[in-house]
Design a protein around this ligand. Structure first.
Ligand SMILES: Cc1cc2nc3c(=O)[nH]c(=O)nc-3n(C[C@H](O)[C@H](O)[C@H](O)COP(=O)(O)OP(=O)(O)OC[C@H]3O[C@@H](n4cnc5c(N)ncnc54)[C@H](O)[C@@H]3O)c2cc1C
Length: 441
């Protein structure tokens, strides 16, 4: 008799049933399936950069997303196992226990994630490994260049892909093979949403909320004014606010792109709708940039191999995090980020520029803090944007320096945002010990 094929589907940044080609492949290929999510913060760089573990808002968003996924899986007879452990150890153990024939996941741009995948592959000759592109608009085969020849700037990338269509989203999964009969014994815990759970703010994690937000946004006229409003320092309606769902994979980028195309066909197409497309291509570029550059994404000298004259100053780092620098606009942004886990693109640029220029800090500490607190943390988008701002990334220009006074006049002329987020402290100097106080040797 033919041996049954038992698969493991390892959910990572694809917490959804719609447009999930990796899950579809598992659906077709195996007879029994275990769905698993591993909470592994050892991939996160927090401890390396003097930070504690992940932020409260980002944890909550993830928890909400897992709740939603678990409920969707239950509705089709499946279940989600959540294992709180090192991913390599957890998956290695699971493969052995259920005698898995296949391991599936969505492709990932993260270097640490890929290292784990590779190590599992090397340790399990008898298992078939399947990693499928689902976090990106294109797959590697449809790009008009090999990864080694990824264009060196966003503009060149955009021009190179201008004639190819993003992949069409596939239908939502409505059926999956069941788990093997013995599967929930000591493998982890079958996910049960907490009963006293309270949604935090307008960003509610999960595919259901992501799809609802996408449909709501494209049922309005907001996309038609996106280009004029997207740069604002705050305001729910000024940009799409899709990033947390995209980053966690509650929404597929292909689904977002196809919804945008439908809107352009059926409702309106103008410079603003084009600009949403443009920003999604930035995201796309950074995904492939991360795939190509591997561990260089986290290196001080970046992909340019430069050595900025920046360093690590513990007091400055703490003041930046706490929103107690001498710069009210920066403080307001940092307070919003800490409390909500979200910050506008303009706000991110301002605080990152201040970090690198006014505070002369090593950019990786700023990126690691963002990694800890952002609800839309995405390994590629975060570290590549920081490299760009710090002048060590995909930018032909030197680092970006924003004039904080000008930014304040332009984006918060009446001080409303600074007041709202309590940025105007009785201002203290940046360093508590003045250089003049140091004894002369
Ligand atoms: C220092 C720094 C760190 C960042 N870290 C992240 C991160 O970890 N995760 C993340 O998703 N974005 C990151 N961004 C990019 C950008 O700030 C956010 O994607 C955007 O603010 C999210 O809000 P939105 O969904 O309303 O964006 P919109 O303006 O509505 O844009 C639509 C979508 O396009 C994509 N996008 C827009 N701008 C960028 C960009 N510069 N780079 C990559 N993708 C972009 C996002 O997926 C976004 O949801 C970072 C930017 C900076 C300057």
């Amino acid at each position: 008799m033919k041996k049954q094929r038992t698969g493991i589907f390892w959910f990572t940044n694809d917490l959804r049933l719609h447009d999930n080609p990796a899950l579809m492949r598992a659906n077709i290929m195996v007879d029994c399936l275990v769905c698993v999510y591993v909470i592994d913060f050892s991939w996160r760089s927090s401890s390396q950069y003097s930070l504690s573990s992940s932020g409260k808002r980002s944890k909550l968003f993830l928890q909400e997303s897992l709740n939603d996924l678990s409920q969707s899986l239950n509705a089709i007879g499946q279940q989600l196992l959540v294992i709180d452990s090192n991913a390599f150890i957890a998956l290695e153990d699971l493969i052995k226990r259920i005698d898995a024939s296949d391991l599936f996941r969505s492709d990932n741009a993260g270097w640490y994630e890929n290292r784990t995948w590779q190590a599992l592959k090397e340790n399990n000759d008898a298992v078939n490994f399947h990693s499928v592109d689902s976090h990106t608009l294109f797959d590697l085969e449809s790009l008009p260049f090999g990864l080694a020849n990824l264009p060196s700037s966003f503009t060149k990338f955009k021009n190179a892909v201008s004639n190819i269509e993003p992949l069409t989203p596939i239908e939502a999964i409505s059926f999956l093979p069941l788990p093997p009969p013995n599967c929930d014994i000591n493998l982890g815990h079958v996910y049960k949403p907490p009963t006293n759970h309270q949604f935090s703010n307008q960003f509610k994690g999960g595919e259901t909320h992501g799809l609802a937000h996408l449909n709501d946004y494209f049922a309005t006229e907001k996309p038609q004014t996106y280009k004029q409003t997207r740069n604002a320092i705050d305001g729910w309606d000024n940009s799409t606010k899709l990033s947390p769902w995209l980053a966690n994979g509650c929404l597929s980028a292909r689904t977002v792109m196809s919804t945008l195309s439908q809107y352009e066909k059926n409702t309106a197409a103008n410079e603003s709708t084009y600009w949403i497309n443009f920003e999604l291509l930035w995201r796309e570029y950074f995904q492939w940039y991360a795939h190509k550059n591997g561990s260089k994404l986290f290196s001080f000298s970046g992909i340019k191999g430069l050595s900025p004259l920046n360093s690590y100053y513990p007091e400055r780092f703490q003041k930046w995090i706490n929103g107690s620098t001498p710069y009210p606009l920066v403080n307001a942004c940092m307070n919003e980020l800490r409390e909500t886990g979200y910050l506008s693109n303009r706000g991110r640029q301002i605080v990152a520029s201040c970090f690198v220029n006014e505070l002369a800090m090593d950019w990786r500490y700023g990126a690691a803090y963002f990694e800890q607190v952002l609800i839309d943390y995405d390994v590629a988008s975060n570290w590549a944007n920081w490299q760009y701002l710090a002048g060590v990334g995909a930018d032909t220009r030197d680092k970006r320096h924003f004039n904080l006074e000008k930014q304040t006049q332009q984006f918060d002329p009446d001080g409303r945002y600074i007041t709202l987020w309590n940025g105007d402290l009785s201002l203290l100097p940046l360093d508590s010990v003045d250089a003049a106080d140091w004894p002369i040797s």
